[in-house]
Design a protein around this ligand. Structure first.
Ligand code: SAH
Length: 353
C-alpha cells in the first residue's frame, strides 16, 4: 500500500450543487486563480459537463490530475414518453439506485418533477412510491442533476421545478434547501418557480418559514378532518390537522407567501359537498390556494377517481366559499408518470431510451 506524503486538497463531494463561493475555495485549494471557478461553474451548470478530463479550458496537466474527481451526473437508465409530451426518466445514481424524474412540457414552460429520496417512508395509502418502502435520502447533486438531465434531453430551459417526485422533501430538508439554493443561483430558476410539496413533518414548515423561503410551499392535505386524514396518511396520527394548519399560518405570516393545499379527490371518500364545506371552514381568512388532484389509479388499492361532474361540484362549493381553487390536469398518465404513480420501474414504459 502506498501512502501519499503530499498534502492533498480536502476531498469534496461531487461538484454539482456547489455554489460559486464553494467552487472558488476549491479552486484556491488547488492553487489555481479564481477565474477558474467561474469557468468550472459555467461548465457544470450551463454546458452539461460530466467529466473534468473534458474541461478543455483548464490546463491539460491539471485536468488529468482532476479526472477522478466526481462531477455527480447520473445515467439515464430508461426513458418513456407519454402521448401528451410528458417524459418519465429512470435515472441511475452512482450507487446503482434508481430514481424517477418527470419532464412536463407546456408551451414555453418546462416543469421538472424531482425526487428528493429513493423511495419514501410515509406510506400514504393512495401513493405508489410509498408501497415500495424507503431506501435513502438523495444528495444535493442528485437533485440538481435531475433538472439538468431533463433540460438537456428536451434541449429547452427548465422554467419550473416541483419537489413532487419520489420521497418526502421535508425529511431531507437540509439537502432540499441546499438544492433549492443551487437551482435558483446556479441553474438560474426563479425561487418562485420552485415548489416544495410536503405531507407535513412537525416543526419543519416552521423551519422553512424561518429561512424566509421564497419558493412555493405546497402541503398535501387530502382530507377535511383529522379522522379522515389519518386513514389516508399514517403519519398524520403524529401531526394533528390543527397543528399543521397553525404552522402553515405562521408560514404565510413570516414569508408573505400563500400556501398551496393539495387535495386528492377520491370518489365517495373525501369528495362530498360536506367535505368541501369543512375544508373551506379550515381555510377561511387564510392566504391559500387549493389544488384539487383527481386520483390517479395505482394497482395496490381500489380508490376511484370521481366523475368530472363531482369534481366540478367540489370546486364550485369551494369557490362559493371564496376559496381560490384549481384542478390539476393529470399529465403523463400513459407513462405512469403522473402524481403518485412513481415507483422506479420500467414495466409500463412506452418507448425505451
Ligand atoms: N411527499 C410529498 C411529495 C410527493 S407526492 C407530498 O406528499 O406532498 C406529490 C403529490 O402527489 C402529493 O400531493 C401527493 O399526495 C400526490 N399523490 C400521491 N399519490 C397520488 C395519486 N395516486 N393520485 C394523485 N395524486 C397523488
Amino acid at each position: 500500500m502506498s501512502v501519499s506524503l503530499i498534502d492533498r486538497p480536502s476531498p469534496l463531494p461531487p461538484l454539482l450543487g456547489a455554489s460559486l463561493p464553494e467552487l472558488t475555495d476549491w479552486v484556491a485549494q488547488h492553487n489555481q486563480p479564481a477565474y477558474r471557478a467561474k469557468q468550472l461553474h459555467q461548465w457544470l451548470y450551463h454546458q452539461g459537463g460530466r467529466s473534468l478530463s473534458d474541461l478543455s479550458v483548464f490546463p491539460k496537466q491539471w485536468r488529468s490530475e482532476l479526472a477522478d474527481i466526481p462531477v455527480g451526473r447520473s445515467q439515464i437508465h430508461h426513458r418513456s414518453a407519454a402521448p401528451d409530451g410528458t417524459v418519465k426518466y429512470l435515472l441511475r445514481m452512482e450507487d446503482g439506485q434508481i430514481i424517477e424524474t418527470v419532464g412536463i412540457p407546456s408551451g414555453k414552460r418546462l416543469t421538472v418533477c424531482v425526487s428528493s429520496q429513493v423511495g419514501c417512508p410515509m406510506a400514504c395509502d393512495f401513493c405508489a412510491t410509498g408501497k415500495g418502502g424507503f431506501l435513502r435520502n438523495l444528495h444535493r447533486h442528485e437533485i440538481v442533476d435531475q433538472v439538468l438531465t431533463v433540460q438537456e434531453d428536451f434541449e429547452q430551459r427548465v422554467s419550473n421545478v416541483v419537489f413532487m417526485g419520489m420521497g418526502e422533501p421535508l425529511l431531507n430538508v437540509d439537502v432540499v434547501l441546499d438544492s433549492v439554493r443551487s437551482l435558483n443561483e446556479d441553474v438560474g430558476i426563479g425561487q418562485r418557480s420552485l415548489t416544495v410539496s410536503t405531507v407535513g413533518i412537525p416543526g419543519r414548515i416552521r423551519r422553512l418559514a424561518e429561512q424566509r423561503l421564497q419558493a412555493t410551499l405546497a402541503v398535501s392535505l387530502h382530507a377535511s378532518n383529522q379522522a379522515l386524514r389519518e386513514t389516508l396518511i399514517p403519519s398524520a396520527r403524529q401531526y394533528p390537522l390543527e397543528q399543521l394548519l397553525d404552522e402553515c399560518r405562521d408560514y404565510v405570516d413570516s414569508t408573505g407567501r400563500r400556501v398551496t393545499f393539495e387535495y386528492i379527490l377520491l370518489a365517495e371518500l373525501n369528495d362530498c359537498h360536506s367535505h368541501a364545506l369543512e375544508l373551506a371552514k379550515h381555510l377561511r381568512g387564510f392566504q391559500t390556494h387549493v389544488n384539487l388532484i383527481p386520483y390517479n389509479p395505482i394497482q395496490e388499492v381500489d380508490y376511484q377517481r370521481p366523475s368530472p361532474q363531482r369534481i366540478q361540484d367540489f370546486m364550485d362549493t369551494l369557490k362559493a366559499q371564496h376559496i381560490a381553487v384549481s384542478v390539476r390536469r393529470s399529465r403523463g398518465l400513459a407513462a405512469d408518470a403522473a402524481c403518485g404513480q412513481l415507483r422506479a420501474n420500467a414495466d409500463s414504459s412506452t418507448s425505451p431510451s
